[in-house]
Design a protein around this ligand. Structure first.
Ligand SMILES: NC(=O)c1ccc[n+]([C@@H]2O[C@H](COP(=O)([O-])OP(=O)(O)OC[C@H]3O[C@@H](n4cnc5c(N)ncnc54)[C@H](OP(=O)(O)O)[C@@H]3O)[C@@H](O)[C@H]2O)c1
Length: 315
């Protein structure tokens, strides 16, 4: 396992096509969640373009079929398929897992929901953003573990966000039962969980050759993620100058980098943005619009605690 900090030739402006250039994924199988829109589409397109059998897992099957057809046309690869996945529906996750056979070389936990305005709960009573962004992916990844093991060398990319900097996981009240609901804090907590998941899974699964890392894709205005935003707030965000926005193809680059780059062989439990590793002591090391990673998101004890809590919440 590598312990030194990695660097890459890629940066803020790199696209998924830049990152995948020269990488041959023929004979590899990939699954991207939430790839019926936004960043996931360009992530799946890049993987398919390199020859990976690519499974788009989404809850809107019609949209997923349209995306798959578009990717087949643009890449010339026919090995792009779709599967139903609703991360809020345990039966749906379990069905996908049951139906999946053979090895899985690349899992990209990309699906996500942001800033749900009112407190909403999953069928099991967990706050919706945490349930979707973290718990659903936790169940999926554990279910697919035999397939990841069978790959004899797999990568898992956990798509987090710089928004994780706004909140650790509040273990005493993950579901906002005793504190006022705040959509941004709920999203931030779920995105910290995405990083902690990578830290914990990396430690548990490295011996099986499964390399797990987390990433921030960048700020991307062209996806559906802002659907819950007040249009005026969204316009303010777009024009405030607080963010330098990426295209969708640039937004997919860090996921693709984490999932495929040979430069990351043996690198696990880290956080990336702009295709660069970053750490709490050097928040802006990753260049343009980089914000770094919170110490609490990489904390191994918190990662273990989240794992135990997630097993309990998922049982
Ligand atoms: N855009 C940004 O600026 C930004 C910044 C930082 C991090 N991210 C992260 O990047 C990832 C991709 O986001 P995006 O910007 O591409 O937004 P997006 O276009 O909304 O993509 C998110 C996808 O997740 C799916 N999803 C939501 N709830 C689901 C559920 N219960 N089961 C299955 N799929 C579900 C959505 O499907 P439906 O259409 O069916 O809801 C959608 O296709 C997310 O994890 C997000 O947190 C984005």
């Amino acid at each position: 396992m590598t312990t030194t900090r990695t660097t890459s030739p890629f940066d803020f402006s790199s696209t998924a096509a830049d990152v995948i250039s020269g990488i041959d994924l023929r004979g590899r199988r990939a699954l991207v969640t939430g790839a019926a829109s936004g960043i996931g589409v360009e992530t799946a397109r890049a993987l398919a373009s390199a020859g990976a059998e690519t499974l788009i897992a989404a809850r809107d099957l019609a949209a997923a079929e349209r995306v798959a057809a578009d990717i087949r046309t643009s890449t010339g690869s026919q090995a792009v398929t779709v599967a139903l996945l609703d991360l809020l529906d345990r039966a749906s996750i379990d069905r996908l897992v049951e139906d999946y056979s053979g090895p899985l070389h690349i899992l990209i936990n990309n699906a996500g929901v942001r800033a749900v305005p009112e407190l909403r709960l999953s069928p099991e009573g967990h706050e919706l953003q945490f349930a979707t962004n973290h718990l659903g992916h936790f169940r999926l990844a554990l279910g697919l573990l035999p397939a990841l093991r069978a790959a004899g060398g797999a990568r898992v990319a956990s798509v987090s966000s710089r928004a994780h900097l706004n909140s650790p996981v509040i273990f005493d009240d993950i579901d906002f039962a005793h504190r006022a609901y705040d959509p941004s804090l709920a999203y931030a907590q779920s995105k910290t969980a995405n990083v902690l998941f990578a830290v914990a899974a990396a430690r548990r699964w490295a011996d099986a050759g499964i390399e797990v890392n987390a990433l921030h894709p960048g700020a991307i205005a062209d996806s559906n993620l802002a659907r819950h935003y007040d249009p005026a707030v969204l316009e303010d965000l777009r024009t405030s100058g607080r963010y330098t926005f990426k295209t969708l193809a640039q937004g997919a680059a860090t996921s693709v980098y984490v999932a495929t780059s040979p430069l990351l062989d043996g690198v696990v439990g880290r956080y990336f943005e702009n295709c660069q590793e970053t750490d709490p002591d050097d928040p802006t090391a990753a260049g343009t619009d980089a914000a770094g990673v919170a110490r609490y998101a990489l904390d191994p004890d918190s990662a273990d605690q989240l794992w135990t809590v997630s097993e309990h919440m998922n049982s």
